[in-house]
Every structure is written in structure tokens, then in C-alpha cells.
Design a protein around this ligand. Structure first.
Ligand code: NAG
Ligand code: NAG
Ligand code: NAG
Length: 504
């Protein structure tokens, strides 16, 4: 239990959130500061919580789920109203659909969800009902993804390979060999994980299977595919096999592709990060999989008509944290702060929807590559040359600097919003799989470097009242989509440079 006066508890319970005297600023006692790349960054605590119930159905009639796999605050949507409430629009991109008990043939898509954030800075624990008033969410619409020729991408296991597109002159970059559902089902198989929206409304989606980065136009049509170096590709005896069910001989491990995708505010630099090490770098075992790889591409000025090929300008090794058993805490998302410093979401798989329900690590940490070795174009792009054979880093490589930062599991912060870590299960248990990050400026003249950090969970579509394509499914329990909002100070980021098109 948290210590606070009995009287305060009584008053809070009696009047509820809406009548409590609003505290305009975070309580300084919640602040936790860290240093990275010569700057001090501060976590000022949890300020908002929202949820979308597990049985909610979107406009197609399907269960709304998986939505926290990737989020992006729509450019130009974030606004501060005169009464101190913030409003905006989240674009949320689910992954491959329900596949916990049965596997559904889920078409890749994204959701538009409006939000209203009324930050809570008080010390007292809110009731769970009042906590949800701090971030209210309203689903608006669904956009389904499509290939150029009209084919509908699917989340089915990619058992087949579509040969490299040999067409010349149709566009500067024809497709590389693509993951498809099977030899007889030529639909592109996408297990979407990352989302980065360009200033012109086109966007990039990263996936697990390729691991590839796909560019879509604002209508959801596939425009272009980025294939990373050989070292990343799932190869068996020199041939591509995109299945996620088993590890390839070399390349990204099964179901451990490009979980992380992020873009500079101007859209000129795009970065992708593997969930954990490639197989040759130790990725087949949790005890040796911490040295993961990041790629960086320069993107020519966005132009829907001319898909000029992005240029790989860097590749770096990021050392993920490990737990007390030395097992890797894999990453599920990262987010651009500067050309060299990034947020990264590393965690275990425990909590709501996972087992056990007590999580020991769920954090938005930081890493910096200013002193790290750029291995682009070196022997390490050949899968024969691991950067960390059996999990031991090659001494010629300096990895990124990694610093723990925002702890989602802080019991005092969770309790302020009616949440907890560990049993009992239910809506107030923090979800296991937080998988996304977004930033928006607080626009407080007293704290010009303060930002809201949003993170949402992937509930794996788990609902006892699941619905897909008109057919019910039962996921065995009810796991809501949860969204947490923290307030952070990021002084090495010039105000407005993050999601700069976000208006205030
Ligand atoms: C603040 O204003 C917005 C719209 O301007 C409104 O939707 C919201 O309910 C208001 N919030 C409070 C706490 O008055
Ligand atoms: C890839 O491997 C899976 C599982 O081992 C197998 O079922 C599938 O046929 C393979 N696909 C190709 C294109 O070789
Ligand atoms: C690789 O080739 C060897 C030799 O032909 C074969 O025995 C083995 O099954 C192949 N492995 C895979 C994963 O295809």
C-alpha cells in the first residue's frame, strides 16, 4: 500500500477525479533522471491511462485487437485546448491477427483512433473508472492494405516465396523475393510490427517475416519494398524461407524480425531494429540473443510517383538488457529522438495475456550510437560472419550505449491509475505486450522540453467474444488494449523537432 493520509483517501473517493483540484504540474518527487550522450533526461511519471475493451469490434465487424503493435500520432492532429486537455489522433497498426488458439486469415490494416488526454498529476490513487477518464479513446475507422494489383495481404504464416519481380521500368525498385502464404496462395504475407508516417501521408510498415520495410501510399496501396542486407534474411542452404515457425540457418530468428521502425521528423532518415539477435549472432537462444542489429536508410524527398530507392547509410549493434538469468529482454519498438539517440521498449512477456502475471521488466529505455561502430558494407553483412557468435560480441565492434529509463512497472505510478503488476488477473493487471511508442509536445512554456510519451499494448486479439469474418472465436480470456502516457523531459531534442508537424 502507498502511504497517504486517510483523509486524503476519503476526500478523493468522495469527490472523484472531475471535482478534485487539478494539479497543473507533475509532482517533483516522481521525477527520475538519467544521463545519455551528455544530456539529462527525466521521467516525471505516469500521467494518463486509457483502454479499449477486448470485445470491441471495428467497422469491418472484426474484433479490434493487436492495435498496440505500432502507433503513430497523426501529423498535425495533436492540439492543446484552452482548458488544459490535449486532443489528437492515433494511427494504430495491428499485426497478423488472432493466432493464439487458431490462426485467422487476417488482412493487414490500420485503425484511426481519436484521443483526449487530461493529464493527471496528483498523488492520490484514482479509482480505475476515474483513471480511464485521463485518456479517452474513440475509434473512427479502419484502412485495409492492398498490393498494387489489388491482391489483399494476409497475416497467414509465410510458407512460400514469390520470385523477385523482374519487371523493368515500371518503378525504380521492383519487389525483391516476397513472403507469400504458400506456393499456391500468392498473397503477400505481412506480420506488421512497425509504423512510420511520412510528411506527405505515405507511410512505412516494417514486418517480422522479411524482415522487410514496406512503403504504402495514403490509400493503403503497396508502393515499394526495402530488403535489408543478406545477414538479416532468413536463409536455409542459401535459399530464402520466410516461415516464422522455425528459425532459419542464418538471418532473423523466427518471429523476431523488424519489431522496431522509426523515422526522423522530416522523413529523411528511416531506422529499423530487429527484436533480438540474428540466428548467426546467437538469436536462437534467449541466453545468447542480446546483440541485435539496427539499420538506417536515407530517404530521398518523399514522392509517391517516383519511388527513389532508399540508401543504407548505417548498421549498428544494440546490446539489449538481460534479466537475472542472463536471458535477453527483447525489444518491441524504438523511437527517434536525434540522429544518434533513440527510445527503445524492452520487456519480458509476463503480465496480462502472458504467464506468469508478474512482470519483471517493461521499460522505455534509451540507446545512443554516437560512439558505436558502423558495420554497414563490412564482412558482417555476410551471414558467415556473425557480430556475436554464441552471444559474445566481436571485439572489433563497439555497440550502442544503453541506458534504462522509464519503468512501466513502478508500483506507485501504476497504483495512481488503479493498475497493478502480478495477480489478480483482469483489466487492472498491466498487459504483457507493450509494443509501441509515440511522442507529443506538452507545450508548457515553463517546461519547453517536456513531452508526452505514449505506449500501447498488443493484446493478441485475446477476447472471449472474438469475431473474425462473421465467425466468433474464443481467446480464453479478455485482454484489453491498454495505453499508458508518461511525461518526460528530453532536453537534447529541440522543441518541436519531434513529430514537428504536430500542431499545438
Ligand atoms: C476541455 O475542452 C474540450 C474541447 O474543447 C472538451 O471536449 C473537454 O470536455 C473539456 N474538458 C474539461 C475537463 O472541461
Ligand atoms: C519453409 O520451411 C517450412 C517449414 O520448414 C516448409 O514447410 C516450407 O515448405 C518451406 N518453404 C519453402 C519455400 O521452402
Ligand atoms: C540443407 O542441405 C542439406 C544437404 O543437402 C540437407 O541435408 C538439409 O536438410 C538442408 N537444410 C535445410 C534447412 O533445408
Amino acid at each position: 500500500m502507498r502511504s497517504r493520509s486517510f483523509l486524503a483517501a476519503l476526500v478523493c473517493a468522495a469527490v472523484g477525479l472531475s471535482h478534485a483540484a487539478p494539479t497543473a504540474e507533475p509532482d517533483p518527487k516522481f521525477a527520475v533522471s538519467v544521463q545519455i550522450a551528455g544530456s539529462t533526461l527525466t521521467n516525471k511519471g505516469l500521467v494518463g491511462f486509457g483502454r479499449i475493451p477486448s470485445n470491441f469490434r471495428e467497422s469491418t465487424g472484426d474484433t479490434f485487437g493487436g492495435a498496440g503493435s505500432a502507433i503513430y500520432i497523426k501529423r498535425g492532429s495533436f492540439k492543446k485546448t484552452s482548458n488544459g486537455t490535449f486532443t489528437g489522433t492515433l494511427i494504430m497498426q495491428p499485426d497478423r491477427g488472432f493466432n493464439v488458439i487458431t490462426t485467422i486469415d487476417y488482412r493487414t490494416r490500420q485503425f484511426v483512433v481519436d484521443f483526449s488526454l487530461q493529464p493527471y498529476y496528483g498523488d492520490a490513487d484514482l479509482s480505475f473508472a476515474d483513471a480511464q477518464e485521463t485518456l479517452s479513446l474513440k475509434y473512427r475507422s479502419t484502412l485495409l492494405y492492398t498490393e498494387r494489383d489489388g491482391k489483399k495481404p494476409t497475416g497467414l504464416e509465410p510458407l512460400g516465396v514469390r520470385a523477385k519481380d523482374g519487371r523493368a521500368g515500371i518503378q525504380p525498385e521492383a519487389d525483391p523475393a516476397m513472403p507469400i502464404a504458400s506456393a499456391s496462395d500468392n498473397r503477400l504475407s505481412i506480420d506488421a510490427e512497425g509504423l512510420a508516417i511520412n510528411p506527405d501521408g505515405t507511410w512505412w510498415t516494417s514486418d517480422e517475416a522479411g524482415p522487410y520495410i514496406y512503403k504504402f501510399n495514403s490509400g493503403g496501396f503497396l508502393l515499394q519494398t526495402i530488403q535489408p542486407p543478406q545477414a538479416f534474411l532468413p536463409l536455409n542452404n542459401g535459399s530464402l524461407n520466410f516461415t516464422e515457425a522455425v528459425d532459419p540457418q542464418t538471418g532473423r530468428a523466427g518471429n523476431k524480425g523488424f519489431e522496431g521502425l522509426t523515422i526522423s521528423p522530416t522523413g529523411d532518415k528511416l531506422f529499423a531494429l530487429l527484436q533480438s539477435a540474428t540466428v548467426q549472432d546467437g538469436g536462437s537462444d534467449k541466453s545468447t540473443s542480446r546483440f541485435t542489429r539496427m539499420v538506417g536508410y536515407t530517404i530521398p524527398p518523399a514522392n509517391e510517383e517516383l519511388n527513389i530507392e532508399p540508401t543504407l547509410f548505417g548498421e549498428w549493434v544494440v546490446p539489449l538488457p538481460v534479466n537475472s538469468k542472463q536471458n535477453t529482454l527483447a525489444q518491441s519498438e524504438f523511437h527517434y529522438l536525434t540522429d544518434t539517440t533513440f527510445f527503445v521498449l524492452s520487456r519480458d512477456a509476463n503480465g496480462g495475456g502472458g504467464s506468469p502475471s508478474t512482470s519483471s521488466y517493461k521499460q522505455a529505455d534509451l540507446f545512443d550510437i554516437s560512439g558505436a561502430t558502423n558495420i554497414r558494407g563490412t564482412k558482417f553483412d555476410n551471414p558467415k560472419n556473425p557480430v556475436s557468435p554464441d552471444g559474445v560480441l566481436d571485439p572489433s565492434i563497439t555497440p550502442a550505449t544503453y541506458v534504462p529509463f522509464v519503468n512501466f512497472l513502478d508500483p506507485v505510478q501504476l497504483a495512481r491509475f488503479g493498475l497493478h503488476n502480478g495477480n489478480p488477473t483482469g483489466s487492472q493487471l498491466i498487459d504483457s505486450k507493450f509494443e509501441s511508442l509515440a511522442l507529443a509536445p506538452v507545450n508548457d512554456p515553463k517546461f519547453p522540453n517536456d513531452y508526452f510519451l505514449f505506449t500501447a499494448s498488443d493484446n493478441d486479439f485475446i477476447s472471449t467474444q472474438g469475431f473474425f469474418d462473421g465467425v466468433p472465436f474464443n481467446g480464453g480470456e479478455d485482454i484489453d488494449t491498454q495505453i499508458l502516457v508518461f511525461r518526460v523531459t528530453l532536453p537534447n531534442v529541440a522543441p518541436g523537432s519531434i513529430e514537428q508537424a504536430i500542431s499545438i
